[in-house]
Design a protein around this ligand. Structure first.
Ligand SMILES: [Zn+2]
Length: 297
């Protein structure tokens, strides 16, 4: 588990997965959620500074600064890849990390990261930093009587949470008219929330389903198996820190834990761990898709 790590020579606590290079998926966001929960619940925000207005999703940065000041964190939840932080007065703060967003907790003497976009001073003197090199990430303030869904309408459209017992009957209904390949249906956040490219490939392999099959053609038994495998794959990734997931095209050459465990993802041309047939790669909805032509009919 690597929920936090201390960067060398610094006292900063980085709440993110170690050496993250790929876009965070559900397990990475869940890892961040657990880290934030441990660090910020019961802390009060005493000062806020927005250094990059584009990082604030709602309201305008000036009001955002004013609204957050004085609020106390009560809980940190997750919905799909969104982090939802409740304040004790019924208002809240939400965040989406997108490509490169991350949260850090800094002590008084720590050096701030290069891409601090929002800086919040907590009542115990620590800083909660939202750092985001590429500025695709967003942080929202959610007023007391509005609710997260009103401020972020996409939240209301998200499909069920895969870790809270996916119901294959619900999935069957959602897929009934979907002619698209099952792989691209799994990436659709309105069908299931939080599944990305790697975990979609791994789940389909473990369930013995060819990723190119039309979603609507999957049999109830296959969907039942798929639901089970999705939760196993995601839970395994969370257990290993969700962290060392790397895009297999990453040039640094260090493979993370999950990568080493991957059955198909990033293994084009290598032998299937079950049947020794070579893993194939196809493009589905613009994403690389890995599968075993023999095990996945
Ligand atoms: Zn195989």
């Amino acid at each position: 588990m690597q929920e936090f790590y201390r960067e060398e020579g610094e006292d900063a606590i980085v709440i993110q997965s170690r050496k993250r290079t790929a876009m965070p998926e559900l397990p990475e966001v869940e890892t961040v959620r657990r880290g934030l929960e441990r660090e910020i619940v019961s802390s009060r925000i005493i000062a806020v500074k927005v250094l990059r207005p584009a990082s604030v999703g709602f309201p305008d940065p000036k009001l955002f600064t004013k609204e957050l000041k004085g609020r106390t964190f009560k809980a940190v939840r997750r919905r799909g890849k969104y982090l939802l932080m409740d304040f004790d007065d019924g208002s809240g703060m939400a965040a989406h990390l997108r490509m490169s967003g991350r949260f850090l907790i800094l002590g008084k003497c720590d050096t701030e990261p290069a891409h601090t976009r929002i800086r919040m001073e907590l009542d115990d003197g620590r800083l909660l930093i939202f750092d985001d090199m590429r500025v695709f990430g967003r942080v929202w303030f959610v007023p007391k009587n509005s609710g997260f869904d009103k401020v972020i309408p996409t939240l209301a459209e998200l499909g069920p949470e895969p870790l809270k017992g996916l119901d294959s009957k619900v999935l069957k209904e959602k897929l009934e008219r979907k002619t698209q390949p099952i792989k691209s249906a799994l990436l659709d956040q309105t069908i299931i929330a939080g599944i990305g490219n790697i975990y979609a490939d791994e789940s389909l392999h473990r369930a013995g389903i060819n990723p190119l099959r039309a979603a609507k053609d999957l049999k109830p038994k296959e969907l039942e198996r798929l639901c089970k495998e999705i939760s196993i794959v995601l839970n395994n990734a969370i257990a290993s820190g969700g962290s060392s997931l790397r895009n297999y095209t990453d040039a640094s050459g260090t493979n993370g834990n999950y990568q080493n465990e991957a059955l198909v993802y990033g293994r084009k041309g290598q032998e299937c761990r079950t049947c020794a047939k070579l893993i194939e790669r196809a493009k589905v909805a613009g994403r690389s898709t890995h599968y075993c032509p023999k095990c996945q009919k």
